[in-house]
Design a protein. Structure first.
Length: 255
């Protein structure tokens, strides 16, 4: 399994990250991809990547909840890093109308800029869109090039929205929400082929059942895998093989 989205460099993991990584390996997670948040998270993310080389891989982007009036300054730092070395993706980027709608115009501009960087560098994008999926699709569709790739992190949308996403060649990131009793995501996914899905935890957030409400971690990816096996009436081995290959293609893993 590949965890395509985990913030394991944040404070909730500072005391026991080694144990978290060990449990992750034992559960069958072969790789963890870490999306950036903003300038304040760069050092801790890159330190984790350095310590667990080949297992934890960093992305580079500015999270929409960190987009404020001074977002150009933050973006300058992100751009410097993207020009300095390789990253798995431009992310986590996008829009968010849940926490603060007053910054939406800034979020739109920051999103466009970062998508264009990804296009120029032929990198995938990892997209956050809480309470703003349609708006984000409207922003993204005109920007998509033939070689554009990416994933809509924490997908909880409708079939119609999923069709718009997959029509662009983008993946759907499926995490702990799929295990929640009344999410309805299990019904939506029945009409979406496994070839469009990648697994994620969004650790430390959105822990799957039976750990809901607690700190999430990559090792809990197993619960998401089992749930998808039930939804698609396939063995966990088949779901694991398909979603892992999807992630490998998305992030251009060749080894």
């Amino acid at each position: 399994m590949i965890d395509t989205h985990a913030h394991i460099y944040l404070d909730p993991f500072h005391k026991d990250l080694e144990e978290v990584i060990n449990r992750s390996r034992e559960s069958g997670v072969s790789h963890v991809f870490m999306p950036n948040v903003d300038g304040s998270t760069l050092d801790s993310m890159l330190e984790v990547e350095e310590k667990y080389q080949g297992y934890c891989t960093a992305m580079m982007g500015l999270h929409p909840c960190s987009v404020k009036k001074n977002f150009e300054k933050e973006l300058y730092q992100i751009e410097e890093w993207l020009d300095k070395r390789a990253f798995a993706a431009v992310g986590e980027i996008g829009t968010d109308l849940y926490w603060d709608s007053t910054t939406f115009k800034y979020q739109e501009e920051a999103f466009r800029i970062q998508v264009n960087w990804a296009n120029e560098k032929k990198m995938p994008v990892v997209i956050h869109c809480r309470e703003s999926l349609d708006q984000t699709l409207d922003l993204l569709e005109p920007l998509v090039k033939r070689e554009s790739t990416g994933v809509f992190h924490c997908f909880t949308g409708t079939n119609k929205q999923a069709e718009r996403i997959t029509a662009m060649g983008f993946k759907l990131g499926i995490g702990g929400v799929v295990t929640f009793k009344n999410s309805g995501l299990d019904q939506t996914l029945r009409d979406i082929q496994l070839e469009h899905l990648v697994l994620e935890t969004d650790s430390p957030y959105l822990a799957p059942v039976p750990h809901r409400g607690k700190r999430n971690e990559p090792g809990y990816l197993t619960h998401i895998l089992i749930k998808l096996g039930n939804i698609y009436d396939k063995s966990t081995e088949v779901v694991e093989e398909i979603t892992t290959q999807n992630a490998r293609e998305l992030f251009k893993i060749t080894a």
